[in-house]
Design a protein around this ligand. Structure first.
Ligand code: PEP
Ligand code: MN
Length: 349
């Protein structure tokens, strides 16, 4: 931590701060400049509250120089982490594309979507079974039946199953059915849930909260990792700003920032990030160009009749077209997109 003293701070005030910092366990190195004194403090625990110092007389500002997250930080692992789930790697050379409807609606609906997105090159199929809807009167998901459908369809088409876990009580049934557990934006700071997910050995897709800073996102990842589960995939899904043309503001600058601060992979969700189907392809292309390790894209066979998030869902041809575009962009940023294949269910191949 660096403590910058005010230009008018008295010698007595500076001495008081030095003693206070030493009392807190810091080693204090003082530099006296022409205008101000600067105190460089080393050697204390990382969760220190800067405001405890900032409010003391004579202090201009206190600034942290080491990160408050340890396991999620780059210094813990200088090389990138690749999280693996079945045939999909997130954080490696191959772009991880996870597609699917916002909600699992029926076996027929999910099968139709899965067949098409698998053929277009997606590796993961995401479908919500428990939906965190803003209104309690909106469709809440098929629950356990939705999970069963998701598992069945993923096995049939060789896809990695991704679904949202909304509470600790759902974890056992999730472990029985899905390959990656999603923590939604609304639960990013549900610390009891994060702690429980630290105990499982299954990848977690952690979405950024609508008003969360990048540091808060990384601290939430830290909660999971502190329990021993290091397989955390971060997701930028848009934050709430004053702009209301789009549903959220997709903060793509979070991608290079996270890559600088952390070894964890980060994917982008341009569907929730924009809330509009007409804006999704452009932001998906931009996400790949800025180095996202993967994409989470809502795709529906009949978006206009989807039970949730239809307006932001691509239809099947739109998704296939986007994948073709991504195949051209990916090599420029040293990435590769899975080849499109004729639609053949895995069990017939
Ligand atoms: C979703 O993924 O369908 C969802 C509800 O996302 P978020 O938690 O980012 O709002
Ligand atoms: Mn959705």
């Amino acid at each position: 931590m660096i403590v910058v003293m005010q230009p008018q701070a008295t010698e007595a005030q500076i001495q008081q701060i030095v003693e206070r910092l030493e009392g807190l366990g810091f080693n204090v190195h003082r530099t006296t400049g022409v205008e101000q004194s600067i105190l460089a403090c080393v050697g204390r625990m990382i969760d220190f509250d800067l405001r405890e110092i900032e409010v003391l007389p004579g202090v201009a500002e206190a600034r942290r120089i080491s990160s408050p997250y340890k396991l999620a930080g780059r210094s813990f692992r200088p090389q990138n982490t690749e999280v693996r789930a079945g045939a999909m790697g997130v954080g490696g050379r191959e772009l991880a594309v996870i597609a699917g409807p916002c909600s699992v609606e029926s076996l027929h609906q999910l099968s139709e979507i899965a067949e098409s997105v698998a053929a277009a090159g997606a590796r993961g199929l995401r479908g919500g079974a428990f939906k965190p809807r803003t209104s309690p009167y909106s469709f809440q998901g098929l629950g356990q039946e939705g999970l069963r459908i998701l598992r069945h369809v993923c096995d049939r088409f060789g896809l990695v199953a991704v679904s949202e876990v909304m509470s600790e009580t759902q974890i056992p049934m999730m472990l029985d059915t899905v390959d990656i557990l999603q923590v939604g934006a609304r639960n990013m700071q549900n610390y009891n849930l994060l702690r429980e997910l630290g105990k499982v050995r299954r990848p977690i897709l952690l979405k950024r909260g609508i008003a969360a800073t990048i540091e808060e996102l990384l601290l939430s990842a830290e909660y999971i990792m502190a329990g021993g589960n290091y397989d955390v995939i971060l997701c930028e899904r848009g934050i709430r700003t004053f702009e209301n043309y789009t549903r959220n503001t997709l903060d793509l600058s979070a991608v290079p920032v996270v890559h600088k601060l952390s070894h964890l992979p980060i994917v982008a969700d341009p569907s929730h990030g924009t809330g509009r189907r007409d804006q999704v392809p452009a932001m998906a292309r931009a996400a790949v160009a800025c180095g996202a390790d993967g994409l989470l894209i809502e795709v529906h066979s009949d978006p206009d009749h989807a039970l949730s998030d239809g307006a932001q869902s691509l239809d099947l041809p739109q998704f296939a077209h986007l994948m073709d575009e991504l195949r051209q962009i990916a090599p420029v940023v040293d990435r590769q997109v899975t080849a499109a294949t004729p639609a053949v269910p895995a069990h017939q191949a």
